[in-house]
Design a protein around this ligand. Structure first.
Ligand code: AMP
Length: 417
């Protein structure tokens, strides 16, 4: 029987794979330019890490974790997200002894046992940044700027930041209480999930898509309940966004599906993208490290869903920058010369060598089937004259040049091709 991919898992092929690579490359390049260092983390962690960080009443932990017991009886999970792992690593390696804040960039797969549909998989990739060790609102702005800069590199315009503050352990309990009280008379209008959330995680009712907007409008607003510290922080974030002319909108229904968030939460949307317009989400998590047993260390970051971004880029017909493709054809006697020529042209060009070295006609046919731009011909005459012919497959034009001029001539020739 044919073996296929597992439900919710996928191969990333063709254009998707090219875009995947480009997103990773650009993401790292931009984050690194802001002073962020790459961190590579394991896909498997103790299940407890996510219970104690993402939260055991969240959908992610309650319903969507791939949790299993290994042969040594340990209860392990495939990571559903990466912020908790960054915090775990920070504590485990005593990174608090470094000059803070520490700034990280990551790219890797996450796993959630969700019902697969377009843009929703059981294995998916996230790209993100995290800053640990400083409470300043300037860092909230910095991570937002990185997010915008990455997206802008892909020609996506009309970006806007949706932002909210969800308070801290001082002010959020009072808001939760007020929210629960306000929701109780509307219990019958709530969806089955929200009926449960009312007592476990009432903030999630605010971003449940099943609830009517008219109900959300009459609910108390978190910004009226913020303590002095959270209010000042939120005001400062908004002041900086305004001064930097970053378009933003305060959305009091914006809460995120992970318990560790405090103060600022945000999403970046593009108004050009219609309903599924959220490109990424993030926020501040000032208790995460201490909740996991570390020293009090505030943090802020964002995560972008790579598959969703790939879909958006395909919709926008984004083209990845590609090198020109060359194909070396040769007389069988000169196979090793072909390898030498290729070595001299890599990595400026993509260079393939014909696998057979049979008749020139057959080699050219194979070259054009593989979408090559130019063919390099090493026939008997060329080799004797220490030269090589270059054939433009589109125009059919052919020129012969000296081998030591090959690289420069190709660059010149391909400048406007
Ligand atoms: P979250 O960690 O829930 O804040 O999600 C961050 C981003 O990851 C989202 O904006 C999505 O683009 C992406 N994401 C979350 N879950 C999935 C999934 N099951 N499949 C694909 N992408 C996902």
């Amino acid at each position: 029987m044919e073996i296929k991919t597992v439900k919710g898992f996928k191969d990333i092929l063709g254009l998707d794979a090219l875009l995947f690579n480009e997103i990773q490359r650009v993401g790292y390049d931009i984050a690194n330019s802001f002073g962020y260092k790459l961190i590579v983390l394991p896909t498997v962690e103790y299940a407890e890490l996510f219970d104690r960080s993402v939260g055991n009443t969240t959908d992610i932990v309650e319903k969507e974790m791939f949790t299993f017991e290994d042969k040594g009886g340990r209860t392990l999970s495939l990571r559903p997200e990466m912020t908790a792992s960054v915090a775990r690593s920070f504590i485990e390696h005593h990174m608090e002894t470094n000059p803070l804040p520490l700034k990280f960039f990551y790219f890797g797969q996450c796993f959630r046992y969700e019902n697969p549909q377009k843009g929703r998989y059981r294995e998916f990739y996230q790209l993100g940044v995290e800053v640990l060790g400083d409470i300043s609102p300037l860092l909230d702005i910095e991570v937002i700027q990185i997010a915008l800069k990455i997206i802008e590199q892909f020609n996506i315009k009309n970006l806007k930041v949706k932002i909210n503050s969800i308070g801290c352990r001082v002010c959020r309990p009072k808001y939760k209480e007020a929210l629960t009280e306000a929701l109780k008379p509307h219990y019958d209008e709530l969806c089955p999930d929200c009926k449960r959330r009312l007592y476990t995680n009432p903030l999630r009712v605010l971003d449940c898509k099943k609830e009517e907007d008219s109900l959300k409008e009459i609910l108390p607003r978190i910004t009226n309940y913020l303590c002095d510290e959270c209010r000042k922080h939120f005001e400062e974030v908004q002041r900086l966004l305004t001064e930097l002319k970053i378009p933003f909108e305060v959305d009091n229904t914006l809460v995120r599906g992970l318990d560790y968030y405090t103060k600022t939460v945000f999403e970046v949307i593009s108004e050009d993208l219609g309903a599924q317009n959220a490109l990424l989400g993030g926020g501040r998590y000032d208790y995460l490290v201490e909740d996991l047993g570390g020293r009090k260390t505030p943090g802020v970051g964002f995560a972008m869903g790579v598959e969703r971004f790939i879909e958006i880029l395909k919709g926008n017909k984004f083209k990845t920058p590609e090198k020109k493709k060359l194909y070396i054809t040769y007389d069988k006697k000169f196979g090793s010369n072909a390898f030498e020529i290729r070595n001299s042209l890599i990595p400026d060009f993509v260079v393939e060598i014909d696998p057979k070295g049979d008749s020139l006609k057959k080699q050219i046919e194979r070259a054009s089937k593989r979408g090559s731009d130019f063919i390099l011909i090493m026939g008997e005459n060329e080799v004797l004259e220490n030269s090589i012919s270059i054939k433009d497959l589109k125009s059919g034009n052919q020129i012969k040049i000296k081998i030591d001029e090959l690289k420069e001539s190709l660059k010149e020739l391909l400048k406007d091709a």
